[in-house]
Design a protein around this ligand. Structure first.
Ligand code: TXA
Ligand code: MG
Length: 340
């Protein structure tokens, strides 16, 4: 289904009736349900195979009344909303009393985001007259790579009617390509604002607007499933190699008869004939935009390993490096085994 006005209206009616609809956002595609309907939210968890104690983000329209969702909206939240909404920033705030526990994972906080994608915006305006909320995690099975196209969503869950989805709104390829930045504002007095997940908006941009530093998560931070170490992972093992060692690692794999799929970005990366090579843009925004589609394409090669050229360590690459580290987490030791 395309993201035209009729499809958007039909999707809003399906969501109001408690159905699941996949929606485009500027970060990744979301698996949406009415956040005010606990059974509909439970269906998201069932479809994803996600543990039910993980909270989901509530997506709201531009002019939504946030007091429906959050009991306290501190000045810092207003500042960040003015600067970055609509856009790829999720704020964790103290929840309002009636927000279903299915949405918050039983915690006393709620995650709120106002996406900028025009189809998501139009849908949120149409859904419950612009005053509802759509609970939407990324539209992938638990632990897998997030989808950045409607086809990725269908690859995960089947076409509408064939699986758990009542509709898929097609809004083209997601612009940003990695999930929203998450900032926790529930513990301002004790810890200050906390960066729970790096993403589309950089920590530096947020710190500049707030005029203060972001803290890193600690043990008391609310649960964020994206912060589980193994996450965003393709089925094929993933290993990272520095630009300087990439060629020799690829050659040694080839000598052992191993099939590697290479994902590179720099000019110094080898044009190895032994391996399938995908070149990603050398700037952090372009790389993030192409990253998940690239991992999916590499996963489809049936290789023994996806060998990723380590991106630069600069702060602008924080979101990308976070996702790659998690994609490779389950595969630690695999490279050594393949080379043994
Ligand atoms: O860009 C995004 O944020 C995408 C699009 C669809 O909006 N959504 C997304 O959702 O990435 P998901 O569920 O895959 O990741 C959302 C993260 C999870 O790690 C979840 O634990 C965290 O947000 N989260 C949601 N509500 C929270 C809360 N009350 N406290 C702490 N973390 C929360
Ligand atoms: Mg996710």
């Amino acid at each position: 289904m395309m993201g035209d006005l009729n499809a958007i209206r039909a999707a809003a009616r399906l969501l109001e009736a408690g159905q699941l609809v996949a929606i485009p956002t500027e970060t990744v595609y979301g698996l949406a349900a009415d956040a005010g309907n606990p059974e509909a939210v439970a269906a998201i968890f069932a479809a994803k195979g996600r543990p039910s104690n993980h909270p989901v983000i509530v997506h709201v329209a531009r002019d939504a009344d946030l007091s429906r969702w959050a009991s306290d909206i501190p000045a810092e939240a207003r500042t960040l909303i003015d600067a970055f909404w609509p856009g790829p920033l999720t704020l964790i705030l103290a929840r309002a009393g009636h927000v279903p526990a299915a949405v918050t994972g039983g915690q006393d906080s709620v995650g709120l985001r106002c996406p900028s994608h025009p189809v998501a915006q139009a849908l949120l305006k149409e859904f419950r007259g612009g005053q509802g909320g759509l609970a939407a995690p990324s539209a992938n099975r638990f632990g897998r790579v997030s989808p950045t196209t409607a086809q990725h969503v269908i690859d995960e869950f089947g076409a509408p009617g064939e699986g758990p989805l009542a509709a898929v709104l097609d809004g083209g390829q997601s612009d940003i390509g990695i999930e929203s930045t998450i900032v926790d504002l529930t513990r301002l007095a004790t810890r200050g604002p906390v960066l729970l997940r790096p993403g589309g908006i950089s920590a530096a941009q947020i710190e500049q607007v707030l005029g203060r530093a972001l803290a890193a998560p600690d043990m008391a931070a609310p649960r964020v499933s994206g912060s589980l170490d193994a996450h965003y992972a393709p089925r094929t093992p993933v290993a990272l190699a520095g630009s300087g060692e990439l060629a020799s690692v690829a050659n040694r794999l080839a000598q052992k008869g191993r099939r590697a799929a290479l994902m590179v970005w720099s000019d110094s990366a080898p044009a190895s004939s032994a391996a399938q090579t995908l070149r990603l843009p050398a700037d952090p925004e372009g790389y993030a935009h192409a990253l998940y589609a690239g991992l999916r394409a590499m996963d489809a090669q049936g290789a023994d390993l996806i060998l990723v050229e380590q991106p630069p360590g600069a702060l602008a690459w924080q979101g990308v490096n976070d996702r790659l580290r998690r994609a490779a987490f389950d595969s630690s030791g695999v490279l050594a085994q393949l080379l043994a």
